[in-house]
Design a protein around this ligand. Structure first.
Ligand SMILES: Nc1ncnc2c1ncn2[C@@H]1O[C@H](COP(=O)(O)OP(=O)(O)OP(=O)(O)O)[C@@H](O)[C@H]1O
Length: 922
């Protein structure tokens, strides 16, 4: 989806009004965005912008004035509901430039100018630069990414403006492009992050990117990607004279990060968000998961793009949106570093052992506001009093959490999963670090608490959010304002008394301001009075003003204005206090998210029997009673999930590294393959796994080819896609990798497919030497067990029962003897005739198995219509069995000659014959 739209303006708007002249000049500098031009309580759009927006938003397209004799199309949206409209336009791939009034009428007066007040674009909204809660998904990151280049090097920088995360990764390492020159590294990272928007230099050829249609790509001037300018911009932004303290950055990385910063500056018109120090991601920090594997494993989204049904959805027990975001990021980028994984596991173990603390902490976290996003909004000037309150609440919760974790646990003896008394283990080092992060910004809560009232407006400019007693100056002007109100009430009483009109009221509206309001029947009395000045007559009432009232209104407005001005000063001061410790708050929010993820994982371990995997630095994989985390949770309560073991690359060189899995369709092969891939992902994300016991050697690259689909957009058939992906596996898998292959070679002619599967298996065994699970329907491959020392055959257990098969979903040693494909086809509801015919052909082919099969002869011997179907639908060769009595009776029957009574008798007769037939078949 390209965001580049151009909404050309009419060549010349003849003699535009001053307002239209201003609109046109602003629009000229933002030709690629829809311009939201602020007019009072509305944002208005004109010309083609109006036509585009009205069509997308389904709002009325009207007109305002004329241009060269033609009406100027116009539409508008109310300011208070702008977020919802904005979200729809951005989702439709548009950018929105928000143009606001930038001076007050007083300032204009001082300038001695006339005409429309100054207006300018204060922000350009694009998919990757959103910070408003209403425009963001709470439980997902919203990344903006930039592709940088320098010479042959390339790098990707990404940031979530709403949370302040800022990273860069060099993509120039070995293997960053395949034999066809495709950017494997870039695609890997893009699919891992799924950014909302990618910035590229103008002229970048995106046509060969398979994922280009799925995200918004924004072109920017090549000069923005200059690495030297990027370095300067980064140094200036972080206020440092060198970036050395942040890490080692290649020129491509600086180009990417600099361009990203430049784009944020351009869209936010200099109003920069808070960003964490730029962090370089080393290429081998994360488990390498290629895009096809990532998609097929449905880690954070299903193939249909849904969160429900994904691995993340199945294991997410987070109490907060920030926890869910962190968990999603961890599943998308599992670690390769043993110590870092163990550090994450230690936190989970600690919570399991200190269950009461975990429960109490989770209870507190339930009310935790999204602190990261609140800080960003405040520091960018879009925040309000409720964001301040959110921070105060968040920091108080942080304080409580620190107390809960630090408090001695001995008071409540606990029982852990194994039924033994829990060990109160020493606090993990990471926990200590997290507590320190939580404590750092706590002083801010003490600053915010006394300032904020109980009921808070959404916007600071609505006033009334500063607590009484917080600021003497404010209290004084408020008193003045309230005093005026009291005086106004007294005035009303006096006028009522003097005029003897008991129903006389002093009211307020936006047009007249304060006025005296009497029923029409009393109007004459006031009309004759010199005191009352007539302002308006309506059907029911007549309205007046008085000099006294006008003066009082002026005093009141002045007091209210002063009170609001003071409140806004206080808001600014509090926002500045927040900004001063923004990074500390950011870190505290991250620490709470990390505790939330660990607590959630502990709950999952307790409630769904997940265990801590024993992580090793070796090519080992031992899973006892492993389960598929997603399918297990989706099965109906009465259907238990059948756990299965998997043992690969155990100690000793000759231990099996490859399991060759055979078995019928629907027996559970794919489920078994995927569950082991999920176990690896969960383990390396630092989480617990669905098994009774797990020993897992760190995997460097995970490949999973389970199921395939056409890539018709790129002109590649299913088989071609499968071969491209297999090529990537054979070229890239190392002895530390883990490969999962399901039915490779099935998309082509039998012998070609078998030959490819055979050669692939040999290559994996002899050359890649990686841990492999290989499911196939080519039973011939099981012969390889004799020739390949590290290959073991396994199969899915099936039981035959009354001519049917029952899938036991159990993996057992040894090869399967047959496929039962025709049985499965029957379950799927293939017509009986076709099933019968398939059985016949299968019998013939199997009969010729040991000699050469003459398929031509099979076809001659078994012409499609020369067979009968037995009454269960399974074909039997013609003549082999006498047609059943039921069928013979039907053949002999002459319906036209039957009386109703005879027809009824015949029906009973047929029913009886059928029952006898059934008995005969038992
Ligand atoms: N271990 C298990 N316990 C319970 N149910 C299972 C188990 N494994 C699989 N199933 C059920 O069986 C269904 C079929 O499983 P799966 O798709 O893995 O079979 P398959 O052998 O790969 O079939 P095919 O060869 O047709 O792709 C699953 O959707 C699930 O409902």
């Amino acid at each position: 989806m390209a965001s580049q739209i151009s909404t050309p303006l009419p060549d010349k708007v003849k003699a535009p009004t001053p307002m239209m002249a201003q609109y046109l000049s602003v629009k000229e500098s933002h030709p690629d965005s829809l311009l939201f031009y602020r007019m009072g309580d509305f944002y208005e759009m004109f010309f083609e912008d109006a036509e585009i927006a009205a069509a997308i938003l389904g709002i009325a397209l009207t007109k305002r004035g004329k241009n060269q004799g033609e009406d100027i199309p116009m539409c508008g949206v109310p300011v208070h509901a702008v977020d919802a409209y904005m979200a729809r336009l951005i989702k439709a791939g548009h950018r929105v430039a928000v143009c606001e009034q930038t001076e007050s009428p007083e300032a204009q007066k001082q300038r001695g100018a006339k005409g429309p007040l100054k207006r300018d674009v204060v922000r350009v909204m694009t998919p990757g630069t959103l910070t408003e809660d209403d425009l963001l998904e709470p439980r997902a990151h919203n990344f903006l990414a930039a592709l940088g280049r320098s010479g042959a090097g390339q790098a990707l920088a990404w940031a979530d403006m709403s949370t302040g995360d800022f990273f860069v990764e060099d993509l120039s390492h070995d293997g960053a492009s395949d034999d066809n020159g495709a950017n494997i590294g870039l695609e890997d990272v893009i699919v891992r992050l799924t950014p909302s928007e990618l910035i590229v230099p103008q002229g970048q050829d995106c046509t060969h990117w398979p994922w280009a249609d799925e995200l918004c790509i924004t072109e920017q001037a090549p000069s923005m990607f200059d690495s030297s300018l990027g370095t300067q911009a980064l140094q200036a932004f972080f206020g440092v004279s060198s970036l050395d303290g942040y890490g080692d950055f290649s020129r491509a990385m600086l180009s990417a990060a600099g361009a990203l910063l430049g784009y944020i500056e351009a869209t936010q018109i200099g109003n920069m968000p808070r960003l964490q120090p730029l962090q370089a991601i080393a290429h081998n920090v994360y488990l390498d998961i290629d895009p096809a594997t990532r998609r097929s494993l449905e880690l954070t989204r299903t193939l249909a793009g849904e969160r429900k049904g994904s691995l993340l959805h199945a294991v997410d027990r987070s109490m907060t949106a920030a926890g869910s975001r962190m968990l999603g990021a961890r599943l998308a980028a599992p670690l390769c570093d043993l110590a870092a994984i163990v550090a994450r596991q230690d936190l989970v173990s600690w919570f399991i052992e200190n269950e009461a603390t975990m429960t109490a902490m989770r209870d507190k976290l339930r009310a935790l506001p999204d602190m990261q996003r609140a800080v960003t909004r405040l520091t960018m000037g879009h925040g309000g009093p409720r964001d301040l309150a959110a921070l105060e609440t968040g920091l108080r919760i942080a304080e409580t959490v620190v107390g809960l974790i630090r408090q001695p646990q001995m008071s409540q003896p606990q029982t852990n999963q194994n039924g033994t008394n829990a060990l109160i283990t020493t606090m993990p080092a990471r926990m200590e670090a997290l507590l320190e992060m939580l404590v750092a910004p706590l002083a801010l809560a003490d600053k915010l608490a006394p300032a904020l009232a109980d009921e808070l407006p959404f916007l600071a400019r609505d006033g009334g959010f500063v607590r009484l007693g917080y600021d003497q100056g404010l209290d004084d002007v408020r008193q003045l304002r309230d005093e005026s109100r009291r005086l106004m009430a007294a005035l009303q009483a006096r006028y009522a008394e003097e005029t003897e009109i008991a129903s006389l009221k002093i009211k307020h509206n936006n047009v007249l301001g304060y006025h005296v309001d009497v029923r029409a029947t009393h109007a004459d009395k006031l009309m004759q009075s010199e005191l009352f000045i007539h302002r308006q007559t309506t059907a029911q009432t007549v309205r007046f003003t008085t000099t006294e009232l006008a003066e009082m209104e002026r005093d009141m407005a002045a007091a209210a204005g002063k009170a609001l001005a003071r409140e806004l000063e206080i808001f600014e001061a509090l926002t500045a206090a927040v900004a001063a410790c923004a990074s500390a708050i950011g870190e505290a929010a991250t620490a709470l998210a990390e505790l939330d993820v660990a607590g959630g994982s502990a709950v999952l371990a307790r409630d769904a029997q997940f265990v801590r995997p024993d992580m090793r630095d070796a090519a080992i994989f031992e899973i006892e009673k492993g389960r598929h985390p997603v399918i297990e949770m989706m099965l109906p309560a009465q259907t238990p999930f059948i756990p299965n073991d998997c043992k690969l690359g155990a100690d000793g060189d000759d231990a099996a590294a490859i399991w060759l899995l055979t078995g019928p369709n629907m027996a559970g092969k794919s489920t078994f393959l995927r569950q082991n891939a999920h176990i690896i992902i969960l383990a390396q994300a630092g989480l617990f796994v669905p098994a009774d016991r797990a020993v897992i050697g760190i995997v460097d690259r995970l490949f999973s080819r389970v199921g395939a689909s056409d890539d018709l957009a790129k002109g590649r058939s299913t088989f071609m896609v499968e071969m491209v992906e297999t090529a990537a596996i054979l070229n890239r898998a190392t002895p530390r990798s883990f490969v999962i292959l399901d039915e490779i070679g099935r998309g082509t002619a039998t012998y070609d497919g078998l030959a490819i599967a055979w050669a692939t298996l040999e290559h994996l065994h002899d050359v890649n030497q990686c841990r492999t699970l290989f499911a196939t329907h080519y039973h011939e491959l099981t012969h390889l067990q004799q020739a390949k020392a590290r290959l073991l055959c396994h199969s899915m257990q099936v039981r035959e029962w009354q001519g049917d098969i029952v899938f036991l979903h159990r993996v057992i040693a040894g090869a399967a003897d047959r496929s039962y494909g025709v049985h499965v086809a029957r379950l799927a509801g293939l017509p009986y005739k076709v099933l019968g015919r398939a059985e016949q052909i299968l019998a013939e082919l199997e009969a010729g198995k040991h000699g050469a099969v003459d398929v031509g002869q099979v076809a001659d011997n078994l012409p499609l219509f020369d067979y009968r179907s037995d009454d269960r639908g399974f074909g039997v060769p013609a003549g082999a069995v006498r047609p059943s009595a039921v069928l013979e009776s039907i053949d002999a029957m002459l319906p036209d000659t039957l009386t109703p009574r005879a027809a009824m008798d015949l029906l009973y007769e047929l029913k009886a014959m059928r029952a006898k037939d059934k008995d005969d078949h038992k």
